[in-house]
Design a protein around this ligand. Structure first.
Ligand code: NAP
Length: 302
C-alpha cells in the first residue's frame, strides 16, 4: 500500500528540494500549496487529513520574513506556532509522526561554541520566539515528533543571501556586508536529504528517537565570509568584474529584528541517531552557484 508523506510549504526553498528527491517505491509525496492547505486553518487541515490520510507529515510551512515579523507578531505566531500545533495534533489523531523544521534563531547568540540541542533557547526576535513556540506546541501535541533546527538556508530558488549577492554583483561596484554575525550556511537540498532520511525512519521504526535535532552544513563563517566566497567562485568561473566587499558591523546595518551574533549549531546528535553527516558549507554553496549559473545559461539560450 502506498504511504503518503504530506509536505507543507512545498513551494518554499526546502519544499522545492524535497519534491526533487527520488523517494523509495511505495512512498508518495504530496506537497499542496498554501491555497490547497493553509496550516493555520483548522477546517483546511482537517479536510486535507481526511482526504489524504498521510503516513507522515513534514512541516516546512512557515512565516520566514524575520524583519516583518517584528511588526506582525500575531501573523508570525499564527503560522509558526498555531499552525504547526494544528498539524501535529491532526497527525497524532491519524497516528502519523511529524517532522517539523525550526531555526537557529531560537538562540540568543551569546554562545562561543556551536549550540547543542540541550542548550537553553532564548530568542531575541519575534520570529525566533514564534518558532520556539512552534517547537513546544508540536512536541506537546504529538509524542512522535522530530524537530529539526537548521540555519542560513540557501538554494537556487526564492529569495536568499546568495541570490541577493549575485544581484548586487551585477549592479554595484562595492557591497557592505555584516561581518560580526557568524553561522552555518546550509543548502536546502542537503536539508531535504536529511529530512527524507528522518522521515523514512520515522515511518518504519517504532524505536525512533523522537525530539530535537540540529542540521546545518559543516563549518562556519560570517555573512561577509559567505559573500567573499560567492564572489571568488564567480571570479573563478568567468564572472564579470567582482564587487569589492567591505566588512561592516551589525550596528552599521540596523534591521527591525535583532539577530544573534553567533548561531552555529552542533550536529553530532543527528549523526549519532540517524547517521546524517553534513558536508562542508563551501561544497554546498558551490553546488548552488553552479545550478544558478546553468539556469542563467539556459535562460540566455531560451
Ligand atoms: N530561510 C532560512 O534561512 C531559514 C533558517 C532557519 C530555519 N528555517 C526554517 O526552515 C523551514 C523552511 O524554510 P524555507 O526557507 O524553505 O521557507 P520559505 O522559502 O519562506 O517557504 C515557506 C513556505 O511556507 C508557505 N507558507 C507560509 N504560511 C503558510 C500557511 N499558513 N499555510 C501553508 N503554507 C504556508 C509559504 O507559502 P508562500 O509560497 O505562499 O509564501 C512558502 O511556500 C521553515 O520552517 C523555516 O522557519 C529557514
Amino acid at each position: 500500500m502506498t504511504q503518503k508523506v504530506l509536505v507543507t510549504g512545498g513551494a518554499g526553498q526546502v519544499g522545492i528540494e524535497i519534491s526533487r528527491l527520488e523517494w523509495p517505491g511505495g512512498v508518495e509525496v504530496v506537497a499542496p500549496g498554501r491555497d490547497e492547505l493553509d496550516i493555520t486553518n483548522a477546517n483546511s487541515v482537517a479536510r486535507y487529513f481526511s482526504d489524504v490520510r498521510p503516513a507522515c507529515v513534514i512541516n516546512l510551512a512557515a512565516y520566514t520574513a524575520v524583519d516583518k515579523a517584528e511588526e506582525d507578531v500575531a501573523g508570525a505566531f499564527l503560522a509558526n506556532a498555531q499552525g504547526p500545533a494544528l498539524l501535529a495534533e491532526a497527525a497524532r489523531r491519524a497516528d502519523a509522526p511529524i517532522v517539523h523544521v525550526s531555526t537557529d534563531y531560537v538562540f540568543d547568540g551569546s554562545a562561543t561554541q556551536p549550540y547543542r540541542e540541550c542548550d537553553r533557547p532564548h530568542p531575541v526576535n519575534a520570529y525566533g520566539a514564534s518558532k520556539l513556540a512552534g517547537e513546544l506546541a508540536v512536541g506537546a501535541a504529538n509524542p512522535r515528533a522530530i524537530i529539526v533546527r537548521t540555519a542560513w538556508v540557501l538554494s537556487a530558488h526564492r529569495t536568499n543571501f546568495i541570490k541577493t549577492m549575485l544581484r548586487l554583483a551585477s549592479t554595484s561596484p562595492e557591497v557592505r556586508v555584516v561581518d560580526d554575525q557568524r553561522g552555518c550556511p546550509t543548502s536546502a537540498s542537503d536539508i531535504a536529504l536529511a529530512l527524507q532520511r528522518i522521515t523514512d525512519r520515522a515511518m518504519s521504526d517504532a524505536a525512533t528517537a523522537w525530539g530535537v535535532y540540529h542540521f546545518v552544513n559543516a563549518g562556519e563563517t560570517s555573512w561577509h565570509g559567505l559573500a567573499e566566497h560567492i564572489f571568488s567562485w564567480r571570479a573563478a568561473h568567468g564572472g564579470a568584474q567582482q564587487p569589492r566587499v567591505h566588512p561592516i558591523t551589525t550596528a552599521d546595518y540596523p534591521t527591525p529584528a535583532r539577530r544573534p551574533h553567533y548561531s552555529c549549531l552542533d550536529t553530532s546528535r543527528i549523526a549519532e541517531a540517524f547517521g546524517i553527516v553534513p558536508r562542508p558549507w563551501q561544497q554546498a554553496v558551490d553546488e548552488i552557484l553552479s545550478e544558478l549559473a546553468s539556469i542563467e545559461e539556459q535562460g540566455r539560450h531560451a
